[in-house]
Design a protein around this ligand. Structure first.
Ligand code: 0A1
Ligand code: ZN
Length: 875
């Protein structure tokens, strides 16, 4: 934490760097509390700029400067000035060698940015602005340099890694050893990485399309060496996929992944040396759920794909973050869709977007995919930049088609290889490769907020014409009161009364992408026989809220007949939203709640027909989460949401008991575990049924859950059964199962994280007292983000019932924890506080409690820039 007032950085203020760094030679002498860093930088005046030699500004935070020299001559103090966050050097020639020695303290670095220690192992995290915590440097992504790194360490750190290829190693007279690495590709400092530790590795290799052999290594502590196989298999699949789908080959002779326990995010794409949060790389059937297996596959792919979309072509400045993140999320989503169930993958993405990104868009931190300003860039690693950014890329893909999109990416990679570029450059490549004009489409990058598209229909029976009219609008967001119309691709189909699809064009296609560009726009279709039922926004072709007044019958019809699986699911979600919202209204007015008859009927039909794929069926039977319902509300009444949702769940469970039981029994086989799509789907459906059976109050559900818990041979089934017991069994039964689980898995960090979050996020079990108790448990560590996310995050983000307890105790608790965390890890503190920032959307009394908690954070003393930005913008 530093003590200067955070200031705002604006995109419009971008200037080219005054100086370039052609080569960067680093030497680290590792010691826990006093690591020596020596750097030699070949610096050159940027030829793109005018005459003159302005001072050289270097970034630096928490560094102790020991030595500074130019071309071998130590600099007199008159030639440089230490600033609060860097160094200013007076320059007298256009090219020179700058040498700097400084010390840092990795042992005390709990921010997990820069160089730090995690379980006795050294590792780095430099994105976005962490390199400045290592040494003085122009820490900006448009300064790209070739790095050579020597690491010197005592023998208890036998593995010494950095980017690129190993070029030298040896032992010093004092017994320390060294390894030197050279990265032939110029890169910005944020992609620098160093690891030193007592690690083991699994090794494999990959033959590229052009026949080069790449060594693949995954490093972990010895105890986890048996948990790397799935990540390795995922990596090889990703490498092949990127060759096949994008024509992108890997470029170094070695690709390394290291698992670390203390990490702020999921993983990091450092050139040739990816560093991963252990939870996103380690797995085994006994210890990892299906969800974890799939997450690992997608994150390994995501980081690998960055080698082209991020590293070879990088961002000019941090406002362009979505250039690499939106594009790479789109790439990893398509990869996962190809490896697993495409429909379920899309449903999961859209659920996340609607629940969390739409909420972000409607909150005080709303920003465009390409933000215009920030105080702390770490706060902009958001769902908007990542997920909405990916939706924007997906829309380009939809508009251009797969071949057109590939022409665009080919041009983008060739044109900008080795460069630091902008979102504008990406769009221009798409235009130039396809001869199209995306001028209006660009507004997706600059306009914040979730667009609303309201649709109405008319039918002229005589003319046999069906007409759809689209009206688009977008609510104001901070700093953007007026919005311009967007270019929105809306995929539609029309269904006849027998479920057949109408042909929408001369070629007989039954799905068509309508391009909406005007505030209001109509399209007419030929429908000679009768008025059709529209299937709108197929595959969620644009990140908008679509309004259309469907009747319950139409929704049931679409659930059964729509050819678009996403819209089948979405029709069911609309039915569920309507039913739960009706129950909320009844709850508030004191009326008796009515079972959701249409929803029950539709779900019964799905279960009885048995024609829906298990993966999709599991999704279709799942109710929207409390968080999704909250996002859907104009004014959030947390208590009514919980009551109404619980009631609908109970009604479904009771009414469909026979069907659910039958389905559960049919799928509850003891197959050997495979994390393959088909098996994952069956487990998902089975455990969905189990959840309903237990939620409906009968003893049978609990009995089945106990039996499943005892007999489970994989973590998916075991943890699903445990979750059911924790949420629905008597407290004593739940406690016993939890104790048993902990006894069995206490040595496994990832399983213990699961055990913690399962409790903190339980509506019935996870009281605030329990959460405080968990924070005292030996497994909890306030300096470990995974533990913080499991316990405090699980409570604040996953336990809607208890967190929103009417007395405001949950909010006050969160505020206290955020303040405590801010002095340790500002990035995590600023993320953890987010649930409080939506206070304006809650019923006045509740919202006031949330606001008061936020205000108490502000009053909590000197805040980090990270936390200050979020809290001040939200108050
Ligand atoms: N580029 C990484 C995300 C990341 C960002 C910041 C980090 O530390 C503060 C770490 C990772 C990705 O997209 O995977
Ligand atoms: Zn990324």
């Amino acid at each position: 934490m530093n003590d200067i007032r955070p200031h705002t950085v604006y995109r419009k203020d971008y200037r080219l760097p005054d100086y370039l760094v052609d080569s960067t030679v680093l030497c680290f002498e590792l010691e826990p509390n006093s690591t020596l860093v020596k750097s030699s930088l070949e610096i050159r005046r940027n030829p793109a700029l005018a005459e003159g030699l302005p001072p050289l500004r270097l970034d630096g935070v928490d560094l102790q400067l020991l030595y500074i020299a130019v071309d071998g001559e130590p600099l007199p103090p008159s030639r440089y000035q230490e600033l609060q966050q860097g160094l200013s050097v007076r320059v007298d020639k256009p090219e020179f060698l700058l040498e700097i020695h400084n010390r840092i303290n990795p042992g005390d670095n709990t921010s997990l940015e820069g160089l730090y220690l995690s379980n006795g192992m050294y590792c780095t995290q430099c994105e976005a602005e962490g390199f400045r915590k290592i040494t003085y440097y122009p820490d900006r992504p448009d300064v790209m340099s070739r790095f050579t790194t020597r690491i010197v360490a005592p023998p208890q750190y036998p593995v010494l890694l950095s980017n690129g290829n190993e070029i030298d190693r040896g032992r010093m007279d004092d017994g320390r050893q060294f390894v030197t690495w050279e990265d032939p590709f110029a890169k910005p400092a944020y992609l620098f990485a160093l690891v030193a530790g007592d690690l083991e590795c699994v090794e494999d290799s990959f033959s590229t399309a052009s026949g080069r052999r790449v060594k693949l290594q995954i490093f972990t502590e010895a105890k986890n060496i048996g948990k790397c196989a799935h990540a390795m298999a995922s990596l090889k699949k990703a490498m092949r996929w990127d060759e096949e789908v994008y024509g992108r080959e890997y470029d170094l002779d070695i690709f390394m992944i290291v698992a670390v326990d203390h990490f702020n995010m999921g993983a990091m794409e450092n050139k040739g040396l990816n560093i991963f949060n252990s939870a996103c790389v380690l797995s085994s059937p006994e210890t990892a759920t299906d969800g974890a297996f799939q997450r690992i596959e997608s994150i390994v792919a995501h980081e690998y794909f960055h080698n082209w979309s991020g590293n070879r072509v990088t961002c000019r400045d941090w406002f362009q973050l979505s250039l690499k993140e939106g594009f790479t999320v789109f790439r990893d989503a398509e990869f996962s869709a190809d490896m697993n169930s495409r429909d379920v993958k899309r449903i999961e993405e859209v659920t996340r977007l609607r629940t969390a990104q739409f909420a972000e868009d409607a909150g005080p931190m709303a920003h465009p995919v390409r933000p215009d300003s920030y105080m702390e860039i770490s706060n902009f690693y958001t769902l908007t930049v990542y997920e909405k950014g990916a939706e924007v890329v997906r829309m380009i893909h939809t508009l251009l088609g797969p071949e057109g999109f590939r022409r665009g990416t080919d041009l983008y990679f060739t044109r900008h290889d080795g460069c630091a570029v902008t979102c504008e450059d990406f769009v221009r490549s798409m235009e130039d490769a396809n001869g199209v004009d995306l001028t209006q489409f660009r507004r997706w990058y600059s306009q914040a907020g979730t667009p609303v598209v309201d649709v109405s229909e008319t039918y002229d029976a005589e003319a046999g014409e069906y007409r759809l009219t689209f009206r688009q609008s977008c609510p104001p967001t901070p700093g953007q009161s007026e919005k311009l119309p967007l270019h929105i691709p809306i995929a539609v189909g029309l269904l006849a009364s027998d479920g057949a699809e109408l042909a929408l064009d001369a070629a007989g296609n039954s799905s068509r992408v309508l391009e909406i560009t005007q505030p209001e726009q109509s399209f007419t279709f030929s429908a000679p026989a009768a008025k059709p039922v529209p299937s709108l926004l197929r595959g969620f072709s644009a990140p908008v809220k679509l309004g259309f007044e469907y009747t319950e019958e139409q929704l049931q019809f679409l659930m059964q007949f729509d050819r678009d699986a996403f819209n089948q699911w979405d029709a069911g979600q609309r039915l569920a939203f309507n039913a739960i919202e009706q129950s909320q209204a009844d709850y508030r007015s004191g009326a008796a709640l009515e079972p959701p008859v249409a929803l029950i009927g539709a779900c019964r039909g799905l279960l009885q027909r048995g024609s829906t794929a298990p993966a999709l069926l599991a999704e279709m039977l799942s109710l929207p989460s409390e968080q999704a319902l909250a996002e859907h509300s104009d004014l959030i009444d947390a208590e009514a949401i919980v009551a109404a949702r619980d009631f609908c769940r109970l009604s479904l469970g009771k009414s469909l008991q026979g069907e659910l039981l039958e389905c559960y029994r049919r799928l509850n086989t003891h197959k050997p575990y495979r994390p393959e799509a088909e098996d994952i789907a069956e487990r998902s459906l089975k455990n969905t049924c189990l959840g309903y059976l237990a939620a409906s109050g009968g003893a049978e559900g609990i009995r089945l859950a106990r039996a499943q818990y005892l007999g489970a041979e994989n973590m998916t089934d075991s943890s699903a059964a445990l979750r059911v017991l924790v949420n629905h069994a008597d407290r004593a039964v739940a406690r016993q199962a939890l104790d048993d689980f902990y006894q069995r898995w206490q040595e496994d960090t990832q399983v213990v994280e699961l055990w913690l979050s399962l409790q903190s996020s339980s509506a019935s079990y996870g009281s605030l007292d329990l959460v405080r108790e968990l924070m005292q448990h030996p497994a909890f560590e306030l300096t470990n983000p995974n533990k913080v996310r499991a316990v405090i995050g699980g409570f604040a983000n996953g336990n809607f019932t208890q967190f929103h307890s009417i007395d405001g105790s949950g909010y006050q608790f969160l505020a206290e924890q955020v303040v405590a965390l801010d002095s340790l890890n500002p990035q995590i503190a600023a993320r953890l506080v987010l649930p409080l920032t939506h206070w304006k959307k809650y019923l006045p009394q509740v919202g006031e409690n949330m606001r008061a908690a936020l205000a108490s954070v502000m009053a909590g003393g000197q805040l980090s820039a990270d936390l200050y930005e979020v809290v001040s913008k939200s108050l």
